[in-house]
Design a protein around this ligand. Structure first.
Ligand SMILES: C[S@@+](CC[C@H](N)C(=O)[O-])C[C@H]1O[C@@H](n2cnc3c(N)ncnc32)[C@H](O)[C@@H]1O
Length: 335
């Protein structure tokens, strides 16, 4: 069990049955110890793992679409801080006045400073427990909350590559929020020829790559996948804002992708939240050949220090570096 879950597990007496909402839980077996009403996550891999383990009343999505007002909410500190305000606003709107919000998180991920934000929900946050380098806080809701609308949090910005300018729609916590990422910009300027037919944007974030691919070749049937429901929510809006078409759906790595693609384009993840995690992209590269048609191109951008080159070289043919600057490298290879 993760450290945050262990801290919750030693405080089970705090939680009352019948009206408990859990938000952002890890994919361990803490849920088996809690009598919860609903458990919500934006993370498709957590959802899939818990679902397969047989837990019920799980929701994965961009928003918790229930009119229910809960008496207690247990919130795990989100992995990325920018989405905190959004999460507090969403959670608070699901709590009745006088309801209790519990927040648990790791010290090294900044729970101390994050707990101060609990004052947006109620007056006097209290630290209830400290163990396993984590803290458990609580606050009683005394601040009236506004109805929560995800669309109120969307922002848009323009981005360009060559002669093409598009509008990106993003939200706090989603990659490339507010501005185009520098690595993605390098890849956009080095996409090469976009094949027609099925083309994959893996780890699409708010959809900047997939939208540019669809714009450059209207014959490309772009599919955009990510594990984060907020990313997919934004990617759909980025496509429609630019009058472009594509299929947007959740996939943990390539697990939920079927069939083969005529091209794959990606700025792949090397983080799970704040923790470095190379295994997602390593597995992605190893399993790529099963998802590409013969001679289909891969274009992948990554930090130069990441050791993906030997993996790409082993998995595919004609591996090469297309371009590089002092931080990033764009690789190409073919099935
Ligand atoms: C470096 S960002 C790139 C986002 C976007 N393509 C861009 O360039 O702005 C990597 C993306 O991969 C997603 N991701 C992380 N783990 C994943 C997984 N296991 N399967 C699919 N996508 C994942 C993240 O949510 C994030 O949106």
């Amino acid at each position: 069990m993760q450290n945050t879950s262990q801290v919750v597990a030693r405080n089970l007496n705090l939680f009352k049955p019948s009206s408990l909402l859990i938000v952002g839980m890890p994919d361990d077996d803490l849920l088996s110890q809690l009598d919860y009403t609903q458990a919500f996550t934006w993370d498709y891999s957590v959802y899939s793992t818990l679902n397969q383990a047989g837990y019920s009343n799980l929701t994965w999505g961009s928003e918790l679409e229930s009119d229910k007002q809960y008496k207690q909410v247990l919130m795990f500190m989100p992995k990325s801080k920018p989405e905190l305000d959004l999460l507090f606003a969403m959670v608070s709107s699901k709590m009745e006045m006088g309801a209790e919000l519990f927040l648990v998180g790791a010290k090294k991920e900044g729970i101390n400073s994050v707990a101060k934000k609990l004052t947006s929900v109620g007056g006097h946050p209290e630290k209830l427990d400290m163990a396993r380098h984590c803290q458990l806080w609580s606050v009683i809701k005394t601040v009236e909350s506004k109805p929560f609308r995800l669309d109120d949090w969307l922002e848009e910005y323009q981005y360009s590559s060559g002669d093409d300018t598009l509008t990106a729609i993003s939200i706090p916590g989603v990659f490339s929020h507010g501005r185009l990422d520098d690595a993605t910009a390098l890849l956009l300027d080095n996409l090469g020829k976009i094949p027609s037919g099925r083309v994959l944007d893996f780890g699409c974030g708010c959809g900047v790559l997939g939208a540019m691919i669809a714009k450059r070749n209207p014959e490309a049937m772009v599919e955009m996948v990510d594990i984060n429901a907020l990313s997919l929510y934004c990617a759909e809006r980025t496509l429609s804002r630019n009058n472009l078409k594509g299929k947007v759906y959740p996939s943990n790595g390539l697990r939920d992708v079927t069939g083969r693609f005529n091209g794959v384009f990606t700025n792949p993840p090397f983080h799970s939240g704040v923790k470095t995690n190379y295994s997602i992209t390593e597995t992605f590269i190893r399993t790529l050949p099963d998802h590409m048609t013969k001679n289909a191109p891969l274009r992948l951008v990554a930090n130069s220090f990441l050791k993906y080159a030997p993996l790409i070289d082993a998995a595919l043919e004609r591996y090469d570096v297309v371009t590089e600057n002092n931080k990033f490298r764009v690789y190409k290879a073919f099935r």
